[in-house]
Design a protein around this ligand. Sequence first.
Ligand code: 13P
Length: 247
Amino acid sequence: MIIAANWKAYVEDVERAKKLVAAAKRLARSGTHQIILAPPSVFLGLLASGNHSAVAFSAQDVSRTTGGAQTGENTAQAFVVAGATHAIIGHSERRAMGDTNAIVSEKLAHALAQGLTPILCIGERERDEESHYLSFVREEIETAFAPLSSKERQRIMLAYEPIWAIGKTASEAMRPDELVEMVLYIRKVLTQYLPGKAATNISILYGGSVEPENIRALAGESQVDGFLIGHASVEVHSFEALVKELA
Ligand code: 13P
């Protein structure tokens, strides 16, 4: 299983960041899961430089351009130099700050061009009786995948994160049976862009109120390849509990 920890802006001091990295390295040594940490950009270089452990590091976002006169931006190339191997692209919190599908597509291209593995986030804001949310998710996948070559498409990891389930508690997260349906639907959409086996090989993560209480049920029934976890990944004890639940 892939366990990706999106620290968002929860972690604001280096000592706490270092403790979380140390815990992740311990867990990676003693288990079989792939752990990816996405710290805030200011800490990434410090935590990831010279990293030879089994833990991988991810950007939380990348710039839509290459380097130049863009105050405040962090380019995909700079993240690679800092030690990142992955990049979260199109997180709903970035989309809420203005990232459209077109911008997500540009960011994806930059991440891929620099050799980063994109963790492309998709997910509906709400569910409706007429199932319009399905076409919303389909469009997010289509606009991201359509411009890419087959090789590039195969390098993408998808994170399905329904916005209505983010930042709550396990009891309000998506149910495993609902997730099964979505994973099947996403795989079906992917077959339009990748031949059979390649579509099945794309990793699909789930994110949205994953906590130690629900991670095992979600993993067991839903056919996801892992999780993208926010609030429960930023305390050492709950991060350890999450990984141990999957053991
Ligand atoms: P929470 O786990 O805090 O719901 O966040 C999910 C998420 O947005 C991960 O990217």
